[in-house]
Design a binder for this molecule. Structure first.
Ligand code: UN1
Length: 481
């Protein structure tokens, strides 16, 4: 066991919540060996029984929802309603994937030959390495582990080093739900040590990772030598388009929720607002009024609207982007500074106006409560600006024109598009993920998640009792003329 440790720090106060072992290659080896051994039995447990374990896990998450919610407000910092939503998302995913235990549908299809049967079935892949972020510290582990487990895989989880307490509770509840020893292990620690060892481990054929684009590329390269399956959920630079016919009050509510909810620390956060010039001035003033009304504070206090950022480095990064925006010539309408006199990592909700689509604050993921207003003269210009970024996770349009709405649904280059709602709030039973630099073609959640954690096997059964040659003997099957 390594002697090195790291601390979990409460972002609202800076106090230490716990001390954790800083795992490296040796701990990863041990966890993978346990997962590999446990796989031999877990893959043979009938899928409906594996599903029952997930139903029990959902019940336990429900029973512990208040405790987990409170812990999340302290360890991760998000406000109570959102922390409860994070836990709820895990509950929903666990029930949904529990139900998959009685589906996991494959296909049957007729053979071209007589007395021959064919079908495809999903097979588990083996040990899954799951690397999860701190921003949804209960929901995202559930997005990855629930489908992985119901499909018959075992898992080594490397959670973010900012939220180790929540990860430990997550895994304890899984064990209490009946997940056998070794089927799920957690290795606490840092990406460059524990994460890297997991990604490179020869006995881990699948890696599922949520985090930054840069780390996603590094993970892909490290996994390439062994041709691992890599599922990536990376950044976003999500835009809300507000057209001249939009309900502006509704749009402002959606912008505030999407830009400042979770202090902007969602990969689906609206960090750009593309506004038709006919409503630009009005929207700008309504948005500033709404942003300035938000109360910052610790997540566990009922009156708080916006909690702290996750750590000091995040605070410094967000503030650096404020300086970049000012240097680029954007107009700072509100915010743009840390909350004075606070021990925690609080940053005021920040709105930039007169932003050009090509500016860095309109192109790069900030992951904080900063949004950029971009004026445009037409629907076409709005779509072009929205699509001008390298990411493609979520997008939204506010309009009352059904034709424009459907064109936007077709032409916005993102994996998720909303009409008359903000960019956040995806539900667990539709695919979640993005195009372009947001990922590599896979999706989590919904049925699509099963594709990450299974391989297809095609099965042929010939019950004719004689040699039948596909593609050659088919003529003999035809009735004589
Ligand atoms: C994330 O930010 O990584 O759609 C996930 C949403 C949430 C999930 C966000 N259900 O905003």
């Amino acid at each position: 066991m390594t002697a090195a440790t790291f601390e979990s720090i409460a972002p609202a106060t800076g106090e230490t919540l716990g001390v954790f072992p800083r795992s490296g290659a040796a701990e990863v080896d041990r966890a993978v060996a346990a997962a590999r051994a446990a796989y031999e039995d877990w893959r043979l447990v009938p899928a409906p029984e594996r599903g029952n374990v997930l139903f029990r896990f959902a019940e336990l998450l429900k029973a512990h929802k208040a405790e987990l919610t409170d812990l999340m407000t302290r360890e991760m910092g998000k406000v109570k309603a959102e922390a409860g939503g994070d836990v709820q998302e895990a509950i929903d995913m666990s029930y949904y994937m529990g139900g998959e235990g009685r589906r996991l549908f494959g296909q049957t299809t007729p053979s071209e030959l007589r007395d021959k049967f064919m079908m495809s079935v999903r097979m588990p892949v083996g040990v899954v390495g799951a690397i999860t972020p701190w921003n949804f510290p209960i929901a995202i582990p559930a997005w990855k582990l629930c489908p992985a487990l119901v499909c018959g895989n075992t898992v080594v989880l490397k959670p973010a080093e900012d939220t180790p307490l929540l990860a430990d509770r997550f895994v304890e509840l899984l064990a209490e739900a009946g997940v056998p020893d070794g089927v799920v292990s957690v290795v606490q620690g840092f990406g460059e040590e524990a994460g890297d060892a997991l990604v490179r481990h020869p006995d881990v054929p699948v890696i599922t990772f949520t985090g930054s684009r840069e780390t996603g590329i590094a993970v892909t390269k490290a996994a390439a030598d062994r041709l691992k399956h890599v599922h990536l959920e990376l950044g976003g630079k999500n835009a809300i388009v507000v057209m001249d016919d939009a309900d502006l009050d509704l749009a402002v509510e959606g912008i505030v929720w999407s830009a400042f909810g979770t202090s902007g620390q969602r990969c689906t956060a609206a960090s750009r607002v593309i506004v038709h010039e006919a409503v630009y001035a009005e929207l700008q003033s309504k948005l500033v009024t709404a942003a300035e009304r938000l109360r910052l504070g610790p997540g566990w206090e009922d009156e708080t609207d916006v909690g702290p950022l996750i750590n000091r480095a995040a605070l410094e990064k967000v503030h650096a982007y404020t300086r970049i925006g000012l240097d680029e010539g954007a107009t700072l309408l509100t915010g743009g500074e840390p909350l004075a006199g606070e021990p925690g990592f609080f940053y005021r909700p920040t709105v930039f106006a007169d932003v050009e689509p090509g500016m860095r604050i309109a192109q790069e993921e900030i992951f904080g409560p900063t949004t950029a207003l971009i004026p445009v003269g037409s629907f076409e210009d709005a779509l072009a600006a929205a699509n001008s970024v390298e990411y493609g996770l979520s997008s939204s349009i506010y309009t009352r024109d059904v034709n424009r709405a459907f064109r936007a649904l077709r032409d916005l280059q993102t994996g998720i598009t909303y009409v008359n709602a903000g960019t956040i709030g995806a539900e667990v039973h539709l695919p979640f993920g993005g195009v372009k630099a947001t990922g590599n073609g896979h999706r989590e959640a919904g049925q699509a998640a099963l594709d990450v954690f299974t391989e297809w096997k095609s099965i042929y059964v010939d019950y004719s009792g004689r040699l039948q040659r596909a593609q050659i003997d088919t003529a003999a099957q035809r009735p004589p003329r």
